[in-house]
Design a protein around this ligand. Structure first.
Ligand SMILES: Nc1nc2c(c(=O)[nH]1)N[C@H]1C(S)=C(S)[C@@H](COP(=O)(O)O)O[C@H]1N2
Ligand SMILES: [Mo]
Length: 381
């Protein structure tokens, strides 16, 4: 199987400031947009950069780009948008390479989608697992603009026997568990790759994709855990064998008796954005709100408990804007008793999936959608 060992010289154009492609004027400006608001993100690691968004700041439907969580495995590659080419190869009928201008010629598709890292909530797993100890902030929502991969590939793109499509990012580094230099690579089954909502995104919330989120082009698989949405995309390769790379079979998997199961759609989950853990609130009406999401299913019900899970009631849920984006919910809790109270929230989606009290523990700490518990202190004013 040829998994496309790209030359790293091609991956890193140069070390100077990046260039961003300006669609409106068809020209190139000489700054790429790194917009990270590090003061308002929780930085878990600097090299490579891993940062989560404080839940209290998720007050809008769309997360502003500077505060969108970041999950990198290697250093950030600075690509020259003018020189950038996307290679399409492997078991395709027409190998070729495309420029950013070529992508812009195709019909644009805009999709509002939440991106969640599979490690979101990992720090709440007992016993602890290895990996970034995320709280609940490795999730954000943006409106992504790009082109459907199926439009890029055209009709009848694959040779018979094609089973997966592999996506390679420009970032790479030494991986000690492999003992070698590897690129960030992840594959999709053919049906998912050809779904019209699987897009190559070049804009995020109406701005050119910021460098931290994959400039100039990233894949977006809107209902899957974030790992599928390969950033700094350089190559798309059709495969006649399942991909066996590190991020496919050793990481971002649930172990099973039949071998590793690569993660796919996000599990159903709700979180509270207000009040915040430990907050002191005044006795009387207390606004409680947050967001809820799942994979490709809309959320049908969000329930709140203010007595540590003994009783539950349904809260107001905003209609879904997009099958892929979180939905905001809110309620008013009549806090009549002073003292410490435990709030819990749980979501149900249209498939009937509901959050478990405690999610099944797994070695690498993925998919922890166990119910959030949050303690607040009620004081008589
Ligand atoms: N090329 C590349 N793509 C990548 C990654 C990466 O390290 N390199 N991380 C993945 C993971 S695990 C997640 S959760 C998302 C995070 O996207 P964001 O940094 O834009 O929030 O990107 C995915 N795509
Ligand atoms: Mo992730």
């Amino acid at each position: 199987m040829d998994t496309g060992d790209l030359s790293f010289a091609m991956a890193i154009a140069y070390n100077g400031p990046g260039l961003s492609y300006n669609r409106r004027h068809g020209a190139v400006s000489d700054t790429y947009s790194s917009v990270v608001d590090s003061a308002n993100l929780i930085i878990l690691a600097e090299q490579p950069l891993v940062a989560e968004t404080p839940l209290a700041l998720q007050e809008e439907q769309l997360t502003p780009n500077p505060r969108f969580f970041i999950r990198n495995h290697f250093g950030i590659p600075t690509l020259d948008a003018r020189a950038w080419r996307l290679a399409i190869g492997g078991t395709v009928n027409q190998p070729r390479s495309l420029s950013l201008a070529d992508l812009h010629q195709l019909p644009a598709r805009r999709i509002e989608a939440t991106v969640e890292c599979a490690g979101n909530g990992r720090s709440f797993f007992p016993p602890p697992t290895e990996g970034n100890q995320f709280g609940y902030g490795a999730v954000s929502t943006a409106s992504w603009t790009g082109v459907s991969l199926v439009d890029v590939l055209g009709p009848n793109p694959f040779k018979p026997g094609t089973v997966e499509v592999l996506f390679t990012g420009a970032d790479h580094g030494f991986e000690k568990n492999v003992g070698a230099e590897i690129s960030f690579q992840r594959s999709l089954p053919v049906d998912v790759a050809l779904h019209p909502d699987t897009i190559l995104a070049y804009e995020m919330n109406g701005e050119p994709l910021p460098i931290d989120h994959g400039f100039p082009v990233r894949l977006l698989v809107p209902s899957w855990y974030g790992v599928a949405s390969v950033k700094w995309l350089l190559e798309i390769r059709a495969l006649d064998q399942p991909f066996q790379g590190y991020f496919q079979v050793q990481r971002y998997i649930y172990p099973s008796d039949h071998g590793p199961i690569p993660l796919r759609e996000r599990r159903v989950r709700a979180v509270i954005t207000q009040p915040t853990p430990g907050e002191v609130v005044k006795m009387g009406p207390v606004k409680v709100r947050g967001v809820a999401w799942s994979g490709n299913q809309p959320i049908t019900k969000v329930e709140l408990s203010t007595d540590g899970g003994a009783t539950w009631y349904s809260v107001d849920l905003e209609p879904s804007e997009s099958p892929y984006a979180w939905q905001r919910w809110q309620t008013v809790w009549q806090a009549t008793e002073p003292g410490s109270h435990t709030l819990k929230v749980r979501a149900t989606d249209a498939s009937g999936a509901v959050q478990p009290e405690i999610a099944a523990w797994n070695l690498l700490g993925y998919g922890n959608n166990g119910i959030q518990s949050l303690a607040v202190e009620v004081r008589a004013s």
